[in-house]
Design a protein around this ligand. Sequence first.
Ligand code: AMP
Length: 285
Amino acid sequence: MIIFNHFKDLQFYIKNEVNPKKKIGLVPTMGALHEGHFSLIENCNNKADFTICSIFVNPLQFNNEEDFKKYPQTLERDIKALKQLECDALILPSFEEMYPDKNLEKKHYALGYLENILEGKFRPGHFQGVCMAVERLLLMVDPDILFIGQKDFQQCMVIKKLINLMGKNIELVICPTLREQNGLAMSSRNLRLSKEEKETASSINQSLQFIKEKISTLNFLQLKEEAIDNLESLGLQVEYLELAKADDLELVTNYDGNHQHVILIAAYLNEVRLIDNQLIAKTKY
Ligand code: AMP
């Protein structure tokens, strides 16, 4: 695996060493890599000819400074794992490399209502920050295929929208969420949880499963109340627990079976913010 710090070096390498007919795949990450990230790399290895991983802890997408400061960094371990996975290239851009233009504030992406609901509502500016980083990566790396995780469901929609806004022809591959044995969605932030907290945090997924099982016969709002009561009794603080249509993220209060739906949750366990989601297939055709 070749490690680059500058986009121009990566571009030079691709231009000179990678056959233009080969498909370039990009897996953007913020590091502290876990098996969820590895599955994206493996998907990329399978589908693309040249796999590029990026690691950049993007300050612009953190609306909470403490969260940014405490974001886990395990670069040496990440590099070792990526080499083992036979990732072809790793780009480690600096802040200046990512944001050479000093007028950061001026840019605004027209994300519509996606910006103001769920993650957007509770993390103002978050998706603008995500778009800043992803746009720069897409422009500099120019991949044919982009691999992202369903774990960040709303982010997947935002990135789809960004690709449209950029007028780029990039295939988007959304990979399933990898989980710990107890069902907890893998996340870099899990490194900040103790063993006991990880057990408690697994109740997030259990609540999603509980709602999924009952939603075709019981009222969502009642199920939501029951799930929140249960999670809060275990010491979690639920920020939101919502039901939406999976294709456009329109928030709804009832599952009608006519569309694929998704249940989305964000909750704090002590200082650590965790998100997860669960798809519910449609039953009527
Ligand atoms: P992050 O480093 O958290 O920004 O994540 C980088 C990419 O990995 C994003 O596309 C995430 O959606 C994806 N990802 C994070 N956690 C998981 C997981 N548990 N399973 C699959 N993909 C994940």
